[in-house]
Design a protein around this ligand. Structure first.
Ligand code: HEM
Ligand SMILES: [Cu+2]
Length: 551
């Protein structure tokens, strides 16, 4: 049989298994994206339970809810889980779901590799959590697991081995997913979709994936060092190598902070633009700032090592504070987008607005700890715990919820309940600040991080009690969130294709989108800017106006 050279070369789709097997093996980027997002949300709830146990333990002086050894396992798995297996994978999962839609592509480049990445991530998470089922329990040396603490002499448990293998598998999964998202941007953009017309969220994924590819291999290297060191203790016999581990670890550990920040910041940016009815302000500046930020972020790792006395403090302090410039540009872009707009206060918008001041607290305290004189005082105190949770929870997680409320109708075709969404929001605002603000005070009073108990004479009692009450409010908010999702999926109130009057291409197709993303019934509009649907609406409106003036 001769083939027609003009025939479409796409292979005809093979029949796919349906049901659960279909969901778990599908190479449709929307299904893979939802699997990643769903899995990371489930893990977020599990890690939240560990946090509640910790706050229960610390609610009062001399509490004995858990032993000191179990407390160490709790903060280790909570911190590792939240960073390696919740906030990072969720960000990439959002990219897998949205980037092809936003750039007008029919699918991902290399979707099977993305799916492999997902499975490695899941196996990694299960492996890490399996530590709790072993006799000595899970790993207990914190998410950065410095040697010699984490070597086989000081941490002989099987849980530690499982932690190393689990984090390693998940990290490979994330790297694979990062590659395929980046490749999709480079190879799959629709005609007319130039790089400088990509939505801000897709650009944030480019910067994010560059950091994943550049920095995450250092995590793999650090874990291999740790694993080899557990077999051959001579590896960490010299202090040079212990400090070397810290350098390699933080070469990954700092950029990952921005991997857990850019996609959420950009999601917030898109929500602010849509719910203010305005074009994203400072598009070019933001794109440049993201790229500059990503590059600079690879050079500041030593600020996590000020107190070792083995890092060039002046250099790292200077580069860390230089990060203020791109951060400032991104901040002004967010604020400029909202100013002068006609704001619509739906749930996604509330989360996006709260992100701005809450993240600012994380950012400003970050400048403080980027200054060695201050860092010497607060390092390893609760000030750090407060700072990191303002960045990751009050900041990024609020961006995460803005994204969930904004894109849920796109992904499911179903609207979430607005009243429950607002209740979730207010419980979270009160809970978050009540939980984490007192921790700055605790740090100031000198409470060390990672302690399982304190006594009345320390003077930490009141602030810890407040913080634990905050955690209870926060947990109530999360239950409302869970209920909202389950209830909405059950009662199926139809959302329509474009409930928010979105600006970007994902809103041009049906909700949920068909397997090929865009069809003759839902064609791609002409792409002349980073907000093609807004362009189309303004064009239609001016056409109507022109029609009117002719009459
Ligand atoms: C996105 C969400 C979150 C992320 C990314 C996150 C991350 C972390 C990290 C990295 C640590 C440090 C662990 C270590 O020192 O090795 C930590 C500790 C801790 N987190 Fe979270 N966390 C999140 C949410 C929460 C929430 C909601 C609460 C409270 C309800 C909480 C309470 C705690 C507590 C009590 C500690 C232990 C502090 C200590 O003993 O040093 N976290 N978290
Ligand atoms: Cu850092």
């Amino acid at each position: 049989m001769k083939t027609d050279p003009l025939a479409v070369t796409e292979p005809s789709p093979r029949p796919r298994p349906g049901g659960w097997l279909g969901l778990l093996t599908s190479t449709d980027h929307k299904r893979i994206g939802l699997l990643i997002i769903g899995t990371s949300l489930v893990l977020m709830f599990m890690m939240g339970v560990l946090a509640l146990l910790m706050r229960g333990q610390l609610a009062q002086p001399d509490e004995h809810l858990v032993s000191g050894q179990v407390y160490n396992q709790l903060f280790t798995i909570h911190g590792s889980g939240m960073i390696y297996m919740v906030m990072t994978p969720f960000a990439l999962g959002l990219g897998v779901y949205l980037v092809p839609l936003q750039i007008g592509a029919p699918g991902m480049a290399m979707p099977r590799t993305t799916l492999l990445g997902y499975w490695l991530y899941v196996f990694g998470a299960v492996t890490m959590l399996a530590g709790f089922a072993t006799p000595q329990g899970a790993h207990a040396d914190g998410w950065f697991s410095y040697p010699p603490m984490a070597d086989s002499e000081h941490s002989p448990s099987v849980g530690s081995d499982l932690w190393i293998v689990g984090v390693f598998l998940s990290a490979i999964g994330v790297i694979l997913i990062g590659w395929t998202v980046l490749w999709t941007v480079l190879r799959k953009r629709a005609p007319g979709m130039t790089m400088m017309r990509m939505p801000v969220f897709s650009w944030s994924m480019v910067a994010t994936c560059l950091m994943v590819i550049g920095a995450f291999p250092a995590l793999l290297a650090a874990l291999v060092m740790l694993a080899v060191g557990r077999v051959d203790p001579s590896v960490f016999a010299s202090n040079v190598w212990n400090i070397g581990y810290q350098h390699i670890f933080w070469f990954y550990g700092h950029p990952v902070v921005y991997v857990m920040f850019f996609p959420y910041l950009a999601a917030v940016g898109e929500v602010l633009a849509v719910f203010s009815g305005r074009r994203f302000f400072g598009y070019k500046g933001t794109v440049l700032a993201l790229l500059a930020f990503a590059a600079l972020s690879m050079s500041v790792w030593g600020h996590h090592m000020f107190a070792t006395g083995q890092a060039a403090n002046n250099y790292y302090s200077l580069t860390s504070i230089a990060l203020l410039m791109p951060a400032g540009i991104e901040y002004f872009a967010l604020i400029g987008t909202v100013l002068g707009g006609r704001l619509v206060f739906r749930t996604p918008m509330l989360f996006a607005l709260a992100f701005i001041p809450q993240f600012l607290i994380g950012g400003l305290t970050g400048i403080m700890v980027g200054t060695p004189v201050i860092d010497y005082h607060v390092t390893d105190s609760y000030f750090i715990v407060a700072h990191l949770h303002y960045v990751l929870f009050a900041g990024s997680a609020f961006g995460l919820f803005a994204a969930v409320y904004y894109w849920f109708p796109k992904a499911t075709g179903v609207l979430l309940r607005e009243g429950l969404g607002k209740l979730h929001f207010w419980l979270l605002v009160v809970g978050t600040n009540l939980t984490f603000l007192p921790m700055f005070g605790l740090g100031y009073l000198g409470m060390p991080r990672r302690i399982s108990s304190y006594s009345t004479v320390d003077g930490f009692s009141l602030l810890n009690l407040l913080s634990s009450c905050g955690a209870a409010v926060l947990a109530a908010g999360m239950l409302v969130f869970l209920f909202n999702i389950l209830e909405s999926l059950r009662s199926k109130r139809p959302a329509g294709d474009d409930p928010w009057h979105g600006h970007t291409l994902e809103w041009a197709t049906s909700s949920p989108p068909p397997e090929v993303n865009f069809t003759p019934q839902h064609p791609l509009p002409p792409i002349t800017s980073n907000a093609p649907l807004l362009d189309r609406r303004t064009r239609d409106r001016s056409a109507v106006d022109a029609e009117g003036s002719r009459k």
